[in-house]
Design a protein around this ligand. Sequence first.
Ligand code: P6P
Length: 281
Amino acid sequence: MQEIISHIQKAVLNIANELKFPDTGYQSTHNATGDTQLKLDVKSDMIITEILSKCKNIKALVSEEKPEALELNTEAKYIVAYDPLDGSSLLDVNFAVGSIFGIYEEKMSAKNLKMAIYSIYSARLELIICTDIPKLYRLNHKNEFEYIKDLKLSQKGKINATGGTQKNWSKTHASFIKSLFDEGYRLRYSGAMVSDIHQILCKGGGLFSYPATTDAPNGKLRAFFEVFPFAYICEKAGGKTSNGINKSLLELEFSKPHSTTPCFFGSSYEIDKLLSFKAEQ
Ligand code: P6P
């Protein structure tokens, strides 16, 4: 695993340098889920592909930006599924964005997830690595990732990160979200999942939601590249996750690599409240 970590560290350092002077223009291409691709989406994907292809422990690379897997070492046992630049559409307003990696053993399935990693490209370059406990590292003056702290979720938070277009929410979801605001939760939503969940993990609690909506009945966020890695990290941090029905996102199974799912991540109080709301409907 350390070999994979060091290759990912090298890739995120390269991407961070690329983002300093970005061309935030769009390609004329789209990814497998139909998102228009930024030049930096493609560039970040190229950097990760080039660097991780040199790692002998990786069986295959599966990118959110590519329709097909890249087979590497048939004898190796880890498949790395990644979103090379989550939140890239916010680069033109200089918001924090990041890369997300799920490391799966032998096959891409939530129960085979063995490590989850994400980076945050902002005023500081940070890397969160989670095998058992999510650990936050920050780039120091010597260009090394220095350990800062473990990330833990308390029983309840104060932050409500509400994804999806509100006019397309179900009535149940709208009343659940309102009930948290009525308790005094504060809206904290940037439009980049990686940054919005990072804030909840660093502040120690809250809820991030991207529900089923009338325009995205299966949700928007990608299971293997975004949802499973963050579900793994949030649950290892002591939180809970759900798709709005089940008791953990990590129970879900998908056959298509670019499948999406409604998703909720947070402290146990918020997820328990979500499930009680849905049960009453
Ligand atoms: P909306 C970014 O494009 C992304 O994939 C996630 O990072 C983010 O949480 C979501 O989409 C935002 O979607 O519909 O709220 O703009």
